[in-house]
Design a protein around this ligand. Structure first.
Ligand SMILES: Cc1cc2nc3c(=O)[nH]c(=O)nc-3n(C[C@H](O)[C@H](O)[C@H](O)COP(=O)(O)OP(=O)(O)OC[C@H]3O[C@@H](n4cnc5c(N)ncnc54)[C@H](O)[C@@H]3O)c2cc1C
Length: 372
């Protein structure tokens, strides 16, 4: 029987493995990719798509097509649990798949009450497909009347979403919304003042209100309530309250880190089950807690590609080195960005142009696989 490699999720850390599925197949291995969508959306360009800078086609990678044309199998489904002893993956639709080697790149999600998800006025900032839906809905609302758009959460995704909602409304040239960010006690609290003040400046200049008087206690489809009991009526809400790794690992009884991500060693390999690997937002890297940013997922690509092949062939594994401090650029809409690399911090059009250049180049590189 052919050895079977299963990839759960075709996210940013699996890009090089997806690109090389043909090589696994040539060597006699069976490869199956399980994912809820035929496409994978590049989150770094998600806010830009919300604001209309990019179309959905610009920021997506055709996972199914890339897998199938190289002789792999694509299963449109969601993995919900695995049995690491039986070496089986179970999916939402009730199917079971046996594996010899398994790799997770199932990302992270914004925890949200199910009734809010169904409300039609409350959207999480992940998965990126939700921003696509929100963009269409907002366009219709901006054409109709003046509305209030609120963002719950005070981190970078909140700033990017607020700035790009503003851009979307500006492009529409119809009713301008009132935009508010509910940022807890301090907006962008985990960033140095040099970044915080620049993001604050660019958003406030456009009339975006940043509320730092307390944490949000409750969210209803048309109302936001703070810890203090103060309530704010609203028309549209984005939930941008920090992400959590996929819930699969806890549900499967696998060793997990403090954030409940799959606990992996320096080889991006489960600390208990040597045939299980993972990358991106869904793992907890044992040697050093990593920020939940796409940069690390991208850096993990060559190591995962090597180690998955090595695990199938019984060869030695390569360690992952998280590397130097990464370049950070926020897209605040209106062609404005804020950039930080080591001691260098600046905001303005050049910062956005650098982000746009890097992101578009990244997407073109991987979209080229679809055409090859
Ligand atoms: C609004 C926003 C803007 C951001 N901007 C940036 C940025 O500019 N730069 C940066 O470095 N980081 C950015 N981030 C962080 C970045 O999104 C994450 O770090 C990155 O997406 C992690 O990549 P990933 O592949 O691990 O996860 P994801 O991008 O979430 O991909 C996971 C994949 O797995 C699939 N999947 C999910 N659940 C399952 C399941 N149960 N079974 C099978 N498949 C599944 C999904 O469909 C998806 O294709 C941003 C985040 C947000 C929310």
């Amino acid at each position: 029987m052919r050895k079977h490699l299963i990839l759960v999720g075709g996210g940013h850390a699996h890009m090089m493995t997806l690109e090389n599925i043909g090589k696994f197949v040539e060597k006699g291995f069976k490869v199956t990719v399980i994912g809820p969508s035929f496409y994978h959306y590049y989150s770094g360009m998600g806010p830009g798509m919300l604001g209309g800078t990019y179309s959905p086609d610009d920021i997506r990678f055709a996972t199914k097509e890339v897998v199938q044309k190289q002789g792999g199998i694509f299963v449109r489904d969601k993995a919900v649990r695995i049995d690491p002893e039986k070496k089986e993956v179970y999916t939402e639709s009730g199917h079971a798949f046996s594996y010899d080697v398994l790799s997770f790149n199932a990302g992270s999600y914004v925890p949200m009450q199910p009734d809010l998800e169904k409300s039609g006025t409350v959207y999480s900032v992940k998965p990126i497909e939700k921003l696509m839906e929100a963009s269409e809905k907002l366009k219709a609302l901006f054409a109709e009347r003046k509305i209030r758009v609120d963002i719950v959460g005070g981190g970078p995704s909140s700033a990017e979403v607020a700035g790009n909602v503003w851009q979307l409304a500006k492009k529409m040239k119809r009713h301008k919304p009132d935009i508010r960010i509910f940022a807890g006690k301090k907006f962008m609290a985990r960033f140095p003042e040099s970044i915080r003040s620049r993001v604050f400046f660019h958003l406030s200049k456009r009339g975006i209100q940043i509320i730092e008087t307390g944490y949000v206690k409750d969210v209803k489809p048309d109302r936001i309530i703070l810890d203090s009991g103060e309530g704010f009526s609203t028309d549209f809400i984005f939930m941008a309250l920090g992400v959590k790794p996929s819930a699969i690992f806890e549900a499967s009884g696998l060793p997990i880190g403090p954030d409940k991500g799959l606990l992996v060693n320096q080889y991006l390999q489960s600390v208990k089950y040597p045939e299980i690997f993972g990358g991106g937002d869904c793992i907890y890297f044992k040697d050093q807690a990593l920020d939940k940013v796409g940069v690390y997922a991208v850096r993990q690509n060559p190591v995962l590609l090597h180690n998955l092949m090595a695990a199938l062939e019984g060869k030695s594994l390569e360690p992952f080195d998280p590397g130097p401090e990464y370049l950070l650029i926020f897209n605040l809409g209106g062609g404005i960005g804020v950039l930080k690399k080591k001691q260098i911090v600046f905001g303005g059009k050049i910062a956005f142009m650098i982000k746009d250049y890097i992101d578009v180049k990244f997407m073109k590189k991987f979209q080229a696989i679809e055409k090859s």
